[in-house]
Design a protein around this ligand. Structure first.
Ligand SMILES: *[C@@H]1O[C@H](CO)[C@@H](O)[C@H](O)[C@H]1NC(C)=O
Ligand SMILES: *[C@@H]1O[C@H](CO)[C@@H](O)[C@H](O)[C@H]1NC(C)=O
Ligand SMILES: *[C@@H]1O[C@H](CO)[C@@H](O)[C@H](O)[C@H]1NC(C)=O
Ligand SMILES: *[C@@H]1O[C@H](CO)[C@@H](O)[C@H](O)[C@H]1NC(C)=O
Length: 960
């Protein structure tokens, strides 16, 4: 969690003013996190336009290579040195890597004498799409062309004749702290992705996309926790009077701080270091683009089956009794719960790999966890990025994890070789350096040792942007003050009582709303008295002029639009000048810290749980994170706005190859209420990762707190748990092919231009559409029912066909009901629900067949033990239906006897869209089956003999 700066505006009531200490330790002054007041270059009207003053480059010495061409680019005039030092010679490398993938690289050819080493992304850290078996220009769907002087290039997709990327008419600017290139966009381009940002619109024209990992509450348009410089461009063209959609993807493999300005007509790319390393994916469907991209960055992990169950979390579960009560309450109200989580409350003074002996005494806690495990329930603790530095002047204090890491030299440094010391929850802290030779050994051993005492089931990685509550190495020479309180007050402390509620609370609960509003006013008055708002405006810091060949990494001449604080890169984060063992500065690798921590933790958990899939949830992500971790949407707030935006976030993380995604359901910051929590518990039930999480001191928001929320949750959870085989099979497909799980309608209906900005409905796989109510006070919701000509939509609840005409329709959505539709042409594997995934897996399977207009449907089900990292035994059954039959075709690996307990019988088949009552239903080679037919809904329900199980080979059910 975080509780400061920009987010404070959203987390109303969480102030950054002077704190009253919650424990008798010194509180850091708020000023310790103040950087310079920086004017982002895009906001600076007098900023020099590099295009106007820089000379561009001239291409020479082009030569063909096995996979494409190489050439030199020479600075075409006098250096402009506008936001850095111009590089006079560049290497251009074009590789036609596969039919659908082109690589265009531009990097310094020779670094002038006396310049610092050039940081280019380390391929061992971040997987690079490789030129394994180049197809060359003739085997490619791409065509690269150029103008020699001033150098510009164009990328065209041959099969459609579409120029997808063109720097024509613009100059390349390539300096040691600033690289700019501009590309044009035709008017039919629609751009998606480029995160981690929550935007006004799903489609990005007009948006500024700044990339720089930041610990910042989910502010709209701000650069959030991760770095994903990838976009999907979806264009619609008329072909013979019909609209066709064509998509391609562009991955800009650069992780320096950057601004990407997406405009009508073109994109401006500005990064403060590294190289140009572009990859083009030709699609032409959105689904194909994502598969190709995700395959190259690292296909997502297959999660353990239980992690698809419901998770309950909050900051503020203060002791074992409270955790136990929460679990028992869920059970008492018969609401599924799979996992209970702990935020930082469990730790001894917020130190990693410890428990507080007063509130979570180790022996008792282990007994509690053993009890959870006996019920097939789970516990996941938070582990923070920062490591407490014990106070050397306090002889009674020790923190062995730090001592071991210090002895193995695994922490980030200052330029003078001393440890870089920032401040996070525990006080002054150091930060692991993922390039230190011993870091993996130390990190793994800390988890191994701790697990022996505290048997956790997964790890939640927070604060890994990497966050620090002060500017620079603020703890250097100060550690004998440790522990220290963060430089802001925590929610619930005086001045930070939470009085905010969701939109419309004043309409549904006027008395409480009025009381809260008046308390909030009183608190604001108190706060402004204690800490009067400054009337002095700080002048902008004048960034020093460029010194040739010298980088100013603390205040780069080009100031990206970093949303944190007053835009200084050093605010609320480890500062750019922190150094790593491999010689890089935080400046160069800042946005990769969380990704590298995730990788290291994945390796550690493979040792903790030999043979099992690690379960991780990480906040800061980068391309390839999906291979290791699930992700949540960060510190949202309890408002309808954030519930609505959760869909956009999920879709974006789908594009980024992290399909295992959810948000803090019912909202993190602020108080939730009955209406919001009811809607949100139902919506999140259709996300892959399903967790309710709350901030400390806000009103409780577990699903059982309100009777109506409990019943709404049960309704939606029973659908989710029925769909678990479907979700798991979708995750399996994502793992195998890089496909998405939660999908935008535009990806599934790529020829329909009406879907460009639709991020208020979504698909789960290809077969299910969710049309949630997202606004306060509504009882109806309007949504679009796309068609590809043969589409039939069926109402999930009745099984009857409904609107299927490519138009908007308004449907009933009273509180407690979430409209869900099954798409004809798809077969969904189901299983009777239960209160835990363990119990659900013991229940009989069901199959839901939804016929399309042509009377066909297909789908699949994947079954394994739900936990093995290297799967030895598995069954995959392809399902295919016609108007009169369902055939199953199973292929397996290993020994299916080992999966016996998961291969329960298939009890029921539902077929939607059967035009007339059949006279008989038969399982091939067996007796007639019982069946029912509803002539109103045209739903056929078949009861299979109890011996019917999924198996290898062919099986068939027919009706006529
Ligand atoms: C986006 O950048 C432009 C400058 O290109 C600026 O004028 C505008 O205010 C920015 N928009 C936002 C929402 O920050
Ligand atoms: C556990 O924490 C709760 C909430 O702070 C408190 O009311 C309760 O007394 C505590 N119980 C124990 C056993 O410490
Ligand atoms: C309720 O609060 C909103 C602001 O959240 C305000 O715009 C609206 O006027 C209020 N309505 C009533 C009836 O007080
Ligand atoms: C009104 O709000 C208060 C505080 O959240 C809550 O205790 C109460 O149950 C609410 N009443 C209704 C009818 O929602």
């Amino acid at each position: 969690m975080k509780v400061q700066s920009v987010g404070a505006a959203l987390l109303a009531g969480v102030a950054t003013c002077a704190a009253e200490s919650f424990r008798p330790i010194p509180t850091l002054p708020a000023s310790i996190d103040n950087g310079e007041n920086i004017l982002p270059t895009i906001m600076n009207n007098s900023a020099v336009d590099a295009q106007a003053v820089c000379p561009g480059y001239k291409l020479m010495h082009m030569r063909e290579t096995k996979s494409g061409v190489d050439a030199r680019l020479y600075l075409a005039g006098k250096a402009c040195n506008v936001y850095g030092t111009d590089i006079d010679q560049l290497q251009l490398r074009v590789q036609y890597q596969t039919r659908d993938r082109l690589s265009v690289q531009i990097f310094p050819a020779n670094i002038p004498e006396g310049q610092e080493p050039w940081y280019i992304v380390n391929d061992e850290q971040v997987q690079r799409p490789l030129d394994r078996m180049p197809v060359g220009p003739n085997g490619s769907d791409w065509e690269f062309s150029y103008v020699a002087s001033p150098f510009s290039f164009e990328v065209k997709r041959k099969s459609t004749g579409d120029v997808v990327f063109s720097t024509s008419g613009t100059k390349l600017v390539f300096e040691n702290q600033f690289v700019e290139w501009k590309t044009s966009l035709p008017s039919n381009a629609n751009i998606y992705g480029l995160g981690d940002i929550i935007s006004e619109n799903f489609e990005l024209k007009g948006a500024n996309r700044t990339i720089y990992a930041a610990d910042i509450g989910d502010s709209p348009e701000a650069n959030l926790y991760g770095a994903h410089p990838f976009y999907l461009d979806h264009r619609y063209v008329k072909v013979n009077g019909k609209t066709k959609g064509y998509a391609h993807g562009v991955y800009s493999r650069n992780f320096h701080g950057q601004d990407i300005l997406v405009r009508e007509g073109g994109i401006t790319w500005r990064t403060i270091g590294g190289s140009i390393d572009l990859f083009f994916f030709s699609g032409p469907t959105p689904a194909k683009v994502t598969r190709s991209y995700v395959t190259e960055i690292g296909k997502p992990a297959l999660p353990q089956y239980w992690t698809l169950g419901f998770h309950q979390c909050r900051w503020g579960y203060a002791n074992i009794t409270e955790l136990d009560d929460v679990v028992k309450n869920y059970q008492k109200f018969q609401i599924p719960v799979e996992t209970i989580w702990s935020d930082i409350d469990y730790m001894d003074q917020y130190r990693d790999w410890t428990v507080d002996e007063n509130t979570f005494p180790q022996a008792e806690f282990k007994t509690f966890l053993d009890g959870l495990h006996a019920q097939h329930l789970h516990w996941v603790p938070i582990v923070d990025a920062a490591i407490y530095v014990p106070n050397p002047s306090n002889g009674s204090e020790s923190y062995a994890s730090y001592d071991r890491g210090h002895a193995l030299d695994v922490f980030m440094k200052n330029e003078d070789g001393s440890e870089y010391i920032g401040a996070v929850w525990p006080g002054f802290t150091v930060f692991p350096d993922w390039s230190a030779p011993n870091v993996q050994e130390w990190w793994t051993n800390e988890f191994l040792a701790w697990f022996k005492e505290i048997p956790f089931d997964g790890i939640w990685l927070d604060m890994n942007e990497v966050s620090s509550f002060c500017v620079g190495s603020c703890g250097s020479g100060q550690v004998d003050m440790n522990p220290v309180h963060p430089p802001f007050s925590l929610p619930g402390e005086k001045g930070s009582i939470i009085y905010s509620y969701p939109e419309g609370f004043n309409l549904t609960n006027a008395t409480e709303a009025a009381a809260a509003a008046s308390s909030s006013k009183a608190q604001d008055a108190y706060n402004s008295k204690v800490n009067p708002p400054s009337t002095v405006t700080t002048p902008y810091y004048q960034i020093p002029a460029v010194t040739p060949n010298v980088r100013n990494i603390n205040h780069p001449p080009y100031a990206i639009n970093n949303a944190q604080g007053s835009h200084d890169l050093a605010i609320h984060a480890v500062s750019p000048n922190a150094t790593h063992h491999d010689g890089s500065s935080d400046y160069d690798v800042h946005s990769l810290w969380g990704f590298l921590e995730t990788k290291a933790t994945f390796e550690a958990l493979l040792k903790v749980f030999p043979g099992k899939r690690p379960f991780l949830l990480a906040r800061s992500t980068a391309p390839g994170s999906g291979k290791y971790t699930a992700h949540w949407g960060g510190d949202n707030a309890s408002t309808f706005y954030y519930m609505r935006k959760s869909i956009q976030q999920a879709l974006n993380f789908g594009l980024f190859g992290i399909p295992f995604f959810g948000v803090d359901t019912c909202g993190f910051g602020g108080n939730s209420d009955l209406e919001l929590c009811s809607r949100w518990m139902q919506l999140s039930a259709f996300f892959t990762f399903y967790r309710n999480h709350n901030i400390i001191s806000a009103n409780s928001q577990e699903a059982y707190v309100w009777a109506d929320v409990a019943s709404a949750s049960k309704t939606a959870m029973s659908i989710r748990y029925s769909l678990l085989p479907y979700f798991y099979t979708l995750m399996y497909h994502a793992h195998k092919s890089g496909s998405t799980v939660l999908r935008a309608l535009s990806w599934e209906f790529p020829d329909d231009e009406n879907l460009i900005n639709n991020d208020y409905q979504f698909m789960v796989g290809g077969g299910l559409m969710v049309l949630p109510a997202l606004d306060q006070g509504v009882t109806k919701v309007t949504g679009y029912f796309p068609t590809d000509g043969s589409t039939t939509w069926y109402d999930w609840y009745t099984g009857a066909a409904t609107f299927s005409d490519g138009k908007n329709h308004t449907v009933d959505a009273p509180l407690g009901h979430i409209p869900v539709y099954v798409r004809g042409g798809h077969i969904l594997p189901l299983q009777a629900p239960a209160l835990t995934t363990y119990q659900a897996r013991k229940n009989p399977f069901e199959i839901l067949v939804a016929l399309d207009k042509s009377g066909t449907a297909s789908g699949s089900v994947y079954i394994d033990d739900g936990e093995s990292q290297n799967v030895k035994d598995a069954l995959f059954v392809a399902l295919r239906a016609t108007k009169t039959s369902l055939s199953l075709n199973g292929v397996s690996i290993g020994n299916l006897n080992n999966l016996k307990s998961y291969l329960t019988n298939v009890a029921t088949v539902y077929v939607l869209g059967v035009s007339a009552k059949p006279s008989a239903v038969k399982v091939a080679g067996s007796e007639n089956c019982q069946f029912e037919y509803d002539s109103q809904t045209k739903k056929l329900t078949i009861k299979l003999p109890s011996s019917f199980v999924y198996s290898k080979g062919k099986q068939q059910i027919t009706w006529a």
